[in-house]
Design a protein around this ligand. Structure first.
Ligand code: ADP
Length: 540
């Protein structure tokens, strides 16, 4: 029997029309370092239509890729809507990639137009001679562009375009945007999001984060990284004010922006919140408007969740996802009837899959592991916003009969709570047994002298691999490795305790601020870090 329901397409255009029609007075607020630029949704919407008209005049057609090399700004939000709504594909470019990788992804995606922030002109200029597909460069803001050759100016383009561009009806399954993985574990690979996947993901994020037009949403996650976790689309859809920090991402400036514009909600990677906490402790900066912050991208230490609750009054909610999952995959919300003393147990887990995402943990033979919170396997997911392939790249090893193999290793319990213990590339296998680097790092981060910790596996004659703990101390703090070992003793199996320790000024980070364990392992291999040995491991 056929249904009689309407088949309205699930498109970004539908989300756009809603924000435009229902929330004309909500604001997009862009930080200027000092003071902010406030623009009502009504004006942003008109500029979105102008941008689409201008790109259309330049010859951009449905399916064409338009790259953005931009910070979190109003203009970037305008491109978030104009490009997909006209049927073209928004390719957000990670401005922290190496110039070689950036050149590779622009050519690989065959971007025809690149929109670039004035401050990033030098970065693009260095690549320009190597770009084989880019026909037009559009510069946002004032900059010396002589090194780029001929360019177009964003504001001039908008001024000359009509404000009533009518968006075409696009197929909900057509490509809307694309983002390359950051290449933490290999070459960047392109993930393409459809209108439908963005639409459904937005509804999931909306419901999971419970956002509405009373919220002021600070978008810390870079817009070049997985659509800023989809937050701009959700904020627009529900009429929440959108606060964009621009290029002012240091903790002091971020806190100044928060004090001035008073966001209620935000999201970001743990590094950002660790920096924010240290700054507030040192300066007393006022971040009291913030009530909730979603934190993910790497494991969130329980000590950080505690400090946010106790010192700042902010609920830090752990979530997990990846570029391939749009990104929301799990959230760590304690189940009903959780007694207060068990709250933190659940909050510091990776979480349960959100509605719309199916999740399983499989062993090396492909069978599901026991849901006992102890058996370890690889996490696999599927759902309408989980990628099924990569753009112009074969990667059969990433898929398992319609499931995405995440490369994350962990456990699942009877209530569906997942705990990531490692990435498959980072697991430490000592004498045939797994040691969780994530668990050791989280515990070490709770020591008062430790600012940051990363634990990697290094070759060992007897046990094949043993953990090396690399530590960044808090300013002015000192601690002996033996004391850190004692601190861990009793909290984990005795044979997990690292005997190799190194103190570093800072930890190498990837382009999105995650610990770069490849680099730490390479530094160890070439002998460029000084290692203190607290004595041979025993398997007692
Ligand atoms: P890249 O894969 O290039 O680092 P992604 O942003 O796609 O960039 O990273 C996704 C990965 O980040 C996940 O596969 C997982 O390893 C890690 N990650 C994300 N959220 C969490 C979390 N809450 N706990 C532990 N790891 C996480």
């Amino acid at each position: 029997m056929e249904s009689t329901m309407q088949e309205a397409p699930l498109t970004i255009t539908a989300l756009f029309r809603r924000g435009e029609a229902v929330f004309p007075d909500s604001e997009v607020i862009t930080f200027q370092g000092e003071g902010s630029r406030h623009t009502r949704f009504a004006e942003v919407a008109e500029r979105v239509r102008r941008l689409a008209g201008a790109l259309s005049t330049l010859g951009v057609r449905p399916g064409d890729r338009v790259g953005t090399l931009c910070w979190n700004t109003q203009e970037h939000v305008e491109a978030y809507f104009a490009v997909p709504c006209m049927g073209a594909v928004l390719h957000t470019l990670n401005l922290r990639l190496s110039p070689q990788q950036l050149g590779f992804v622009i050519n690989h995606a065959a971007d025809r137009v690149v929109i670039v922030d004035a401050t990033l002109v030098p970065l693009l200029a260095a690549l320009r001679p190597h770009l084989t597909t880019v026909e037009h460069v559009v510069v946002v803001g004032e900059a010396d562009t002589s090194a780029l050759g001929e360019v177009l100016r964003y504001e001039e383009l908008l001024a000359s375009a009509p404000g009533d561009f009518e968006f075409p009806e696009v197929d909900e399954r057509s490509a809307a945007s694309m983002c390359y993985t950051t290449g933490t574990t290999g070459d960047p690979k392109g993930v393409v999001y459809s209108h439908r996947s963005v639409y459904l993901h937005s509804f999931c994020v909306w419901a999971s984060f419970r956002l509405d037009d009373t919220e002021r949403v600070l978008v810390i996650v870079p817009q070049f990284h997985v659509n800023a976790w989809g937050v701009p689309y959700v904020a627009w859809m529900v009429g929440a004010d959108m606060l964009l920090p621009n290029r002012f991402m240091t903790p002091d400036l971020m806190c100044a922006f928060i004090s001035a514009e008073r966001p209620t909600f935000t999201g970001g990677v743990p590094t950002i919140f660790t920096g924010m906490l240290a700054h507030v402790r040192a300066s007393g900066a006022d971040v009291s408007s913030l009530k909730r912050a979603v934190c993910g991208g790497s494991a969130v230490p329980a000590s950080l969740i505690d400090a946010f609750r106790d010192e700042l009054g902010i609920k830090l909610i752990q979530a997990w996802g990846m570029t391939e999952t749009s990104p929301i995959g799990t959230m760590a919300i304690p189940p009903k009837d959780t007694p207060p003393e068990k709250e933190m147990y659940y909050r510091s887990k990776t979480g349960r899959s959100v509605p719309g995402v199916e999740l399983r943990v499989v062993d090396e033979d492909g069978g599901e592991v026991a849901r006992d919170g102890a058996a370890v396997g690889e996490i696999e997911v599927r759902g309408p916003w989980i990628t099924g392939s990569y753009f112009r790249a074969d990667a059969p090893e990433k898929f398992d009969n319609g499931w995405l193999r995440t490369g994350d290793v962990g456990t699942i319990d009877a209530k569906g709570f997942v705990q990531i213990t490692d990435r498959s590339k980072d697991v430490i296998k000592s004498g045939g047994e797994w040691i969780s680097s994530v668990e050791l790092e989280n515990l070490l981060a709770g020591h008062p002298a430790v600012a940051e910790a990363a634990v990697v596996g290094v070759p060992d004659e007897r046990w094949q691999e043993r953990p090396l703990a690399t530590i960044v101390l808090k300013p002015g703090a000192t601690v002996e490795p033996a004391e850190l070992r004692d601190f861990l003793d009793g909290k984990v199996a005795h044979w997990w305790l690292p005997e190799r320790w190194a103190f570093l000024e800072s930890l190498p980070k990837t382009s999105v601020g995650k610990q770069d364990k490849k680099v730490i392992r390479a530094m160890y291999a070439e002998g460029s870090i000084e290692v203190v040995d607290t004595g041979a491991a025993s398997r007692s």
